[in-house]
Design a protein around this ligand. Structure first.
Ligand SMILES: Cc1ncc(COP(=O)(O)O)c(C=O)c1O
Length: 345
């Protein structure tokens, strides 16, 4: 039989790359988006969930019924839950009580046990989601804590898969890689592999306005003034993740909520690629970078699109949400006004 898999995990990785034909037209280079939404859990995090769990299996740390613990309501939670089901483990996720009900419903649909912890307590409070996850992992025999921000296997997963895929897909012609950094694993692992192949490849991290990563890369210190609330989920941080290899990154670009939101909607409307908020952010990062750096028509630029837009229907793809943020200029911000919606009785 062709193209059949033993289980859903066989679909992880080998994601396609698609040329952008309109949104980045102002740039002479060829620009490709690597669509991590084509993983079965619809994000790049499938790769790390599978790699970290299989590494623990190889080390003899897991048995049927073992518990996999993580502290996220985001993409990693979905991926860990998915891998746990197929491999016969229990998945426990500690999330903050700010998590939207639909996200918790999604995690439960994938069989996860969810601990909802108060968001407004310090990280070292025993009720915080960090401490709850650590306690469960400590008290449960044969359990592992994924700990994606501080787990080097997060980098390895991308060194072993995402990086080689990009090299092969571009036939070694890639000149620039752009990636949003949350844990930093996707960009760091891919960068490490690609720089070993060709140290001239430029690695550009895209950071959120409100995060400390760009400032830390430039000065080696955390500037408390960089920290402020922002809306883009999954990228940027107010701590330094061990999974981010700063020395692999040539430069960081900082993008804001508003331009990233417009860009996300533009990609859907012009390229028909329904990306998550950080897909818009990484594209915005390239457009800003191109304003101050020479790019030639021989360059081959790869943008990592980390997840699928379906997770953001009530956020960047919602006119109401855009209006609530005050994002009302620059691009389509009201689908009804531009395209019209007719109600037929
Ligand atoms: C939507 C989204 N984009 C980007 C990232 C950043 O990926 P990484 O953690 O590998 O830096 C994440 C990570 O959680 C994410 O959820």
């Amino acid at each position: 039989m062709n193209n059949v898999y033993d289980n859903i995990l066989g679909l992880i990785g080998n994601t396609p790359m698609v040329k952008l034909n309109k949104v980045t037209n102002s740039i002479p280079a060829k620009v490709f988006a690597k669509l991590e939404s084509c993983n079965p859990g619809h994000s790049t995090k499938d790769r790390i969930a599978l790699h970290i769990i299989e590494d623990a299996e190889q080390k003899g740390l897991l048995q049927p019924g073992s518990v996999i613990v993580e502290t996220t309501s985001g993409n990693t939670g979905f991926s860990v839950a998915m891998v746990s089901i197929v491999k016969g483990y229990d998945c426990v996720l500690a999330v903050s009580d700010k998590t939207k009900p639909e996200k918790i419903a999604y995690l439960k649909a994938l069989g996860a046990k969810v601990y909802i912890c108060p968001a407004n307590v310090p990280a070292d409070d025993p009720r915080s989601y960090y401490e709850v996850a650590k306690r469960i992992a400590r008290e449960t025999p044969n359990s592992i804590y994924i700990n994606q921000y501080f787990n080097e296997l997060n980098i390895d997963a991308h060194y072993l898969t995402t990086g080689p895929e990009i090299w092969e897909q571009t036939e070694g012609r890639i000149t620039h890689l752009f990636g949003c950094t949350g844990t930093g694993g996707t960009l760091s692992g891919s960068a490490k592999f690609l720089k070993e192949k060709n140290p001239n490849i430029k690695i550009i991290g895209v950071d959120a306005d409100g995060s400390i990563l760009k400032g830390f890369h430039e000065t080696g210190t955390i500037n408390p003034l960089d920290i402020k609330p922002y809306q883009i989920e999954g990228m940027g941080k107010n701590l330094i993740p061990a999974a981010l290899l700063f020395d692999q990154v040539d430069e960081f670009v900082r993008v804001n909520d508003e331009m990233s939101a417009y860009r996300t909607r533009e990609i859907a409307l012009k390229e028909a690629i329904m990306g998550g908020y950080t897909s818009g952010a990484v594209t915005q990062g390239l457009l800003q970078y191109a304003n101050s750096h020479p790019i030639s028509e021989d360059d081959v630029i790869v943008l990592i699109y980390p997840d699928h837009g379906s997770r953001y229907i009530t956020k960047v793809y919602s006119d109401q949400w855009m209006a609530e943020q005050g994002f009302v200029n620059n691009c389509v911000h009201n689908y009804d006004e531009v395209f019209g919606t007719e109600y037929i009785d």
